[in-house]
Design a protein around this ligand. Structure first.
Ligand code: NAD
Length: 496
């Protein structure tokens, strides 16, 4: 057993933070590069961890392989489901602690971490616990002398690489379906937010999973992540993060032609027609970009408003932004809406885009600078009159920065919305049902929100078109992503 470190959280909770790698149900020392985890609200160091080296990844993959070929595959599916259900119960039991840990190293408000992320996380485990004994094959009629049936089998060892914007929830989205389908996993959390994933190792052991079924390997993307993605004994790689890293992972995964699921970035449009309920459109489009400090892959960061209501919309949107800008601060304060960006790197990156926006000729309506003297806080920033050639319109900023422009016709709105290499999500605000459906069909996006934003549900597929990714997570779709089909042909006849 490696050491753990006692951590006192800002809300008074104390706990033992494991500091090693979780392999074979034990915490062992990592041998890779060290990295430091910070509290982005104060810029103070929380802990320095030793990440996984390439050899450590070999160890984790070997443990996952042993488990896959051993006890885990022998379990009846109802028992597999029961273990996953137990995990859901333990997550619910430790919900407050896990939410506090995510708020501490990520900077998101405790209210969101508790009310959204952790609630979703144990519900995802419960959902997939129920699917473990409902993964069905098929029989297919071909004629009287042959019988063919299709088995839906697990893939084997799944490597999973997750980002920092929803630390625990991304773990839940990845691990729960993989286990339900009978796979074993090696998961690498983001280096900015590895703490709740490591703590989760305790829960895996407590639930009674056989050793090696779940392994958690914190470490650097270019070392631990790369080693996992290129490993010759890993059967699948599932990734959420930037499109650039998604492309690198795809290359690494080519080593043994791994099955891949990529959930990458976005620059999602939000179209507001003049027949929309304007107050609702303001409320949802504001949340669509400003929630979670703009660090959401489905953020609707490009708002396109019909010219007839453009000025009115700008006035109301700026007013709402002003009101909620008064709630920037300590993530643990119950009234906080906006915490800091996750890291110094993201803080600098977002401020860089804001400067770029100012130079581009866009009209700055709100914000445009950092907030306060300590912590990675950024004023919610609104740029109006933006054009498609601007960097702040083309590139994913992943911060509280919105680009607003106007259109006059429905065709123009659709063309603007689709004028991007991304295709994750899109929002449409209109009271006309026929228009909503018509526009939804024309949008090149994996998810469309009608009169809302940022929707997701564990029963509904999540993923993108174009450069926003490959494959789908959640719902029954994830069961396809974590299984493979085996066709068995039986000859029932005796004649050639
Ligand atoms: P990233 O894509 O670099 O990191 C995500 C994960 O991939 C982390 O666990 C990281 O360690 C790992 N990783 C990095 N390089 C790797 C490699 N070569 N091989 C294997 N794994 C690797 O994201 P980031 O640098 O933390 O953030 C940069 C940008 O990514 C953000 O500004 C945002 O645009 C985007 N992002 C998107 C999402 C999303 O949900 N779609 C989440 C986080 C970040």
């Amino acid at each position: 057993m490696t050491a753990s470190v006692k951590i006192s959280l800002p809300n008074g909770l104390n706990y033992d933070q494991p500091t090693g790698l979780f392999i074979d149900n034990k915490f062992i020392a990592g041998n890779g590069e060290k990295f430091t985890v910070y509290n982005p609200a104060t810029e103070e160091e929380i802990i320095t961890l030793q990440g996984a080296s390439e050899a450590d990844i070999d160890k984790a993959v070997a443990a996952a392989r042993r488990a896959f070929e051993g006890e885990w595959s022998e379990l009846e599916t109802k028992d597999r489901g029961a273990l996953i259900y137990k995990l859901a119960e333990l997550i619910e039991r430790d919900r407050k602690l896990l939410a506090s840990i995510d708020s501490f190293d990520n900077g998101k408000s405790f209210a969101d971490a508790y009310g959204l992320d952790l609630l979703e996380s144990y519900n995802v485990f419960r959902y997939y616990a129920g699917t473990a004994d409902k993964i069905m094959g098929k029989t297919i009629e071909t004629g009287p002398t042959k019988l063919a049936y299709v088995l839906q089998e697990p893939l084997g060892v799944c490597g999973q690489i997750i980002p920092w914007n929803y630390p625990f929830m991304m773990l839940a989205w990845k691990i729960a379906p993989a286990l339900a389908c009978g796979n074993t996993v090696v998961l690498k959390p983001a280096e900015q937010t590895p703490l709740s994933a490591l703590y989760f190792g305790n829960l895996v052991a407590e639930a009674g999973f056989p050793p090696g079924v779940v392994n958690i390997v914190p470490g650097l993307g270019g070392v631990a992540g790369k080693a996992l993605a290129s490993h010759m004994d890993v059967d699948k790689i599932a990734f959420t993060g930037s499109t650039a890293t998604g492309k690198a992972i795809m290359k690494s995964a080519a080593s043994n032609l791994k099955n891949i699921t990529l959930e990458c970035g976005g620059k999602s449009p939000c179209i507001i027609f003049d027949d929309a309920d304007l107050d609702q459109a303001v409320k949802w489009s504001h949340g669509g970009i400003m929630d979670n400090m703009g660090q959401v892959c489905t953020s609707t960061s490009r708002i396109c408003v019909q010219d007839t209501i453009y000025d009115k919309f700008l006035e109301k949107f700026t007013q709402r932004t002003k009101e909620l800008a008064s709630k920037i601060g300590d993530p643990f304060h119950e009234d906080t809406y906006q915490g800091p960006q996750v890291s110094k790197a993201q803080f600098d990156r977002v401020l860089g885009y804001i400067e770029e926006g100012k130079k581009s000729g866009a009209r700055l309506l709100h914000g445009g600078a950092k907030h306060g003297d300590k912590g990675y806080f950024i004023q919610p920033t609104i740029f109006a009159d933006t054009t498609e050639d601007m960097k702040i319109v083309k590139e994913e900023i992943f911060g509280p920065v919105v680009a607003i422009s106007k259109f006059s016709t429905e065709a123009e709105a659709i063309a603007k919305a689709n004028d991007t290499s991304y295709g994750l999500a899109a929002a449409v605000f209109t009271q006309r049902v026929a228009r909503a459906h018509k526009v939804a069909r024309k949008l090149q996006a994996g998810m469309v929100f009608i009169n809302s934003s940022g929707d997701s549900h564990f029963g509904i597929p999540f993923g993108g078109y174009k450069s926003s990714g490959i494959g789908r997570e959640l719902g029954q779709y994830a069961l396809d992503a974590y299984t493979q089909s085996k066709a068995v042909h039986i000859n029932l006849g005796t004649e050639l």
